[in-house]
Design a binder for this molecule. Structure first.
Ligand SMILES: [Zn+2]
Ligand SMILES: [Zn+2]
Length: 200
């Protein structure tokens, strides 16, 4: 089984993606404004590509293990009903996204957290929410297939009871309390910088 080592920028929070492969997860680039706002709010613009895309590996939460520095795990939401966006508060590194409902067995891990072994995740297979791409011109691809793969992993997790997660307790409560951004914080994080992309 292939493992991919994960780390926050400062190296305090570390983790591992177990069973990492193109068949156990789907690598997508999401161009949605919310993923961009998440990165910008944390001052982590470097995780975005030139057009604001976030490179994410979608897999079962059980494949994610936090091996050290878990006390630095933090969670924010851009709105009261938004995704749970997990990050390392030691150095404001965005880590991953989940739905608020722990029974949806999907975590989207930012591949920018991969220290080594990223090749095991395979190539980027989908470009989604391309309407949010800075400067436009990004072609949507693979979105339907990515959704089908999420659903098939969901079904497999339910059938084979592969439902463990390091991000929620047994009762389905997030292991850290998510903080929802204020409207003002969200507005600020959502502003597309009026800079050439290479200066983002
Ligand atoms: Zn850190
Ligand atoms: Zn997104």
């Amino acid at each position: 089984m292939t493992e991919v080592a994960l780390s926050c920028k400062c190296g305090t929070l570390k983790g591992v993606l177990h069973d990492a492969s193109p068949s156990t997860g789907t690598r997508v680039v999401c161009y949605c404004k919310d993923c961009q706002a998440f990165a910008r709010h944390l001052g982590a613009h470097a995780v975005l590509d030139a057009q604001g895309g976030t490179d994410i590996y979608q897999t079962l939460p059980r494949n994610l293990e936090i091996t050290s520095g878990a006390e630095n795990l933090a969670c924010l939401r851009l709105s009261p009903k938004g995704l749970l966006r997990w990050y390392a508060k030691c150095c404001n590194t965005p880590l991953c996204n989940t739905l608020a409902n722990h029974k949806f067995y999907m975590v989207g891990v930012l591949t920018s957290t991969a220290e080594a072994g990223k090749d095991a995740l395979g190539p980027i297979r989908a470009q989604v929410n391309v309407n949010g791409a800075i400067g436009g011109g990004v072609k949507s691809k693979g979105q339907l297939k990515a959704v089908v793969e999420i659903l098939s992993r969901q079904l497999g997790a339910m059938i084979w009871k592969r439902t463990e997660t390091p991000l929620f307790d047994d009762g389905g409560t997030p292991v850290v309390v998510p903080v929802t951004l204020s409207l003002e914080e969200r507005r600020r994080a959502s502003e597309t910088p009026k800079l050439p992309p290479d200066l983002l």
